[in-house]
Design a protein around this ligand. Structure first.
Ligand code: GRF
Length: 236
């Protein structure tokens, strides 16, 4: 059974487009059922229209409270049939505890840093400003603390002294577009085992956890590392 994806986004949505590419070429066993946005001007809405993906758009500024707003989102998501994953793909609003409880264990976030370093809205800029030599991105389950839930997969990117925020973000985005579809496909396959803070990736027959990581690319500017190792086709 394909996973029913519900994506929340506030911006241009390149991660959602990467999910669609992965679905189109059979790397992700899922259907993108609904895109929710709090931003009527979000770039992703044009793409959704072109691709005929249903959207649910509400301007959060028109609601009296965060709870009222999230209650409408919960209703919209509950109307989506099937086994769901709720994907935060550049969703720039803090979710209420009620929302997180409504989809406990089913919400996944993509964040542009190696968590727990540089949580918050400016992960890449904060890493640059701090002077770290490597950063990357993280896909994790969402709990009630921002950018804190159990980590599914991370990818590491080097930082060059020549980088500005835009250059670094481009490198991070390229990795995000690999690890988010991969994490969701593992979820679709039922291969993620969560024990407390730890997420284990199980082998395809689900008998044992896989310990491996993968290094991709050549040279100092593309020496990316991903752990756990994506299934081979994700590295092409
Ligand atoms: C990504 O960098 C993601 O890590 C962060 O927001 C950004 C969204 O980018 N949470 P896009 O809208 O998917 O292009």
């Amino acid at each position: 059974m394909p996973l029913s994806l519900v994506c929340l986004a506030s911006g241009k949505g390149s991660n959602i487009m990467a999910l669609m590419r992965a679905i189109d070429d059979g790397r992700l066993d899922a259907r993108l059922e609904l895109i929710l946005s709090n931003n009527p001007g979000a770039g992703i809405l044009g793409y959704a229209k072109e691709r005929g993906i249903p959207t649910f758009v509400r301007d959060h500024k028109l609601y009296a409270s965060r709870e009222d707003f999230d209650r409408e989102l919960i209703e919209a998501i509950n109307a989506v049939p099937g086994e769901k994953a709720v994907v935060l793909a550049g969703y720039m609003r803090i979710l209420t505890a009620g929302f997180i409880r409504a989809f406990a264990g089913r919400i996944v976030n993509i964040h542009p840093s190696i968590l727990p370093s540089f949580a918050g809205a400016r992960g890449a800029a904060d890493a640059l400003a701090h002077g770290v030599k490597m950063t990357g991105c993280t896909v994790h389950f969402v709990n009630e603390i921002m950018d804190n839930g159990p980590i599914i997969i991370q990818a590491v990117a080097p930082i060059s002294t020549e980088d500005n925020e835009e250059m670094l973000m481009q490198r991070i985005h390229a990795l995000e577009h690999i690890i988010l579809p991969q994490a969701l496909n593992w979820m679709a396959q039922g291969r993620l085992r969560v024990t407390g803070r730890k997420v284990e990736l199980l082998s395809k027959d689900k008998t044992a956890p896989i310990p491996a990581f993968a290094k991709i690319g050549e040279g100092p500017h593309s020496a990316f590392m991903i752990s756990p190792a994506p299934d081979a086709e994700f590295l092409i």
